[in-house]
Design a protein around this ligand. Structure first.
Ligand SMILES: Nc1ncnc2c1ncn2[C@@H]1O[C@H](COP(=O)(O)OP(=O)(O)OP(=O)(O)O)[C@@H](O)[C@H]1O
Ligand SMILES: [Mg+2]
Length: 242
């Protein structure tokens, strides 16, 4: 379970999160949409402990993330996968090594077990043939999928996806959305998905929240939010309908 209470964060005097409240129950998938620059990635970085709030609380499984010791943070990162918006692969490591990284950093598994786990998640994103390739040799969509494999490799109970299907062709985005839903249904993963795609929200989301001016403007089932009669929500989402 993830709980955000009155979270406030400013950069250079500009308030990005402004008393944000939100909860993600165990096994639930919360989709977050909102204009570019509204703070969606900043929100995810608070949950994984890469950013500290100026005030307010960030709790994961009842523990206050900003107050964790380095050792506790390492344990948290084993339990929590993060698909970076940019992919954020390490250029001088091939796909296999990039995916193996969280296992090396957060577990004491042996080489054989690491290899078999990496192969398993690379197969899940249909990249078993690309294990030896370096990021510069992969297309943008392939890099994104390596990032997804890396987020999944520790078999986390919680996973945060920052625009999982951005930059992918329609068939591959549908595959990724299906994989996200499957992980939730089969492994009961708790997840937060940031997206600009209504289709993604409808496919994977139990709930949808729209972030603007530092808080959730509206929250509900994806269908409820889409049907909402709030003018600002319609204005924002309306522009995204095909
Ligand atoms: N580390 C940082 N230092 C300074 N400003 C930052 C930092 N991280 C984010 N910001 C600012 O916070 C605001 C929100 O950024 P964020 O990346 O969360 O937007 P977003 O909602 O994810 O947008 P997009 O949909 O384009 O990805 C932006 O104005 C950004 O410039
Ligand atoms: Mg972002």
């Amino acid at each position: 379970m993830i709980e955000l209470q009155q979270v406030t964060k400013s950069f250079n005097g500009q308030k990005v999160l402004d008393g944000l409240d939100g909860t993600v129950a165990a096994g639930e998938c919360l989709v977050v949409m909102g204009p570019s620059g509204s703070g969606k990635s900043v929100l995810l970085r608070h949950i994984i402990g890469l950013l500290r709030p100026d005030s307010g609380k960030v709790l994961v499984e009842g523990k206050s993330v900003p107050d964790l010791s380095p050792e506790e943070l390492r344990a948290l990162r084993r339990d929590m996968g993060y698909l970076f918006q940019s992919g954020a692969l390490i250029n001088w490591m091939n796909a296999h090594e990039n995916v193996a990284l969280p296992l090396r950093e957060t577990t004491d598994l042996g080489e054989d077990e690491i290899r078999s786990r990496v192969q398993r998640v690379l197969a899940l994103v249909q990249l078993e043939q690309a294990a030896e390739k370096f990021p510069s040799e992969l297309s943008g969509g392939m890099q994104k999928r390596v990032g997804l494999a890396r987020a999944l490799v520790t078999e986390p109970r919680i996973i945060l996806y920052d625009e999982p299907e951005a930059g992918l062709d329609p068939e591959m985005s549908a595959n990724i959305n299906r994989a996200i839903r499957q992980l939730k249904e089969e492994l009961r993963m708790t997840s937060v998905v940031v997206t600009h795609s209504i289709n993604c929200a409808l496919t994977v989301g139990d709930r949808l929240a729209v972030l603007e001016h530092g808080r959730f403007l509206v929250e509900g089932t994806p269908q409820e939010v889409l049907d909402s009669d709030m003018p600002r929500v319609q204005q924002f989402l309306g522009a995204k309908r095909d």
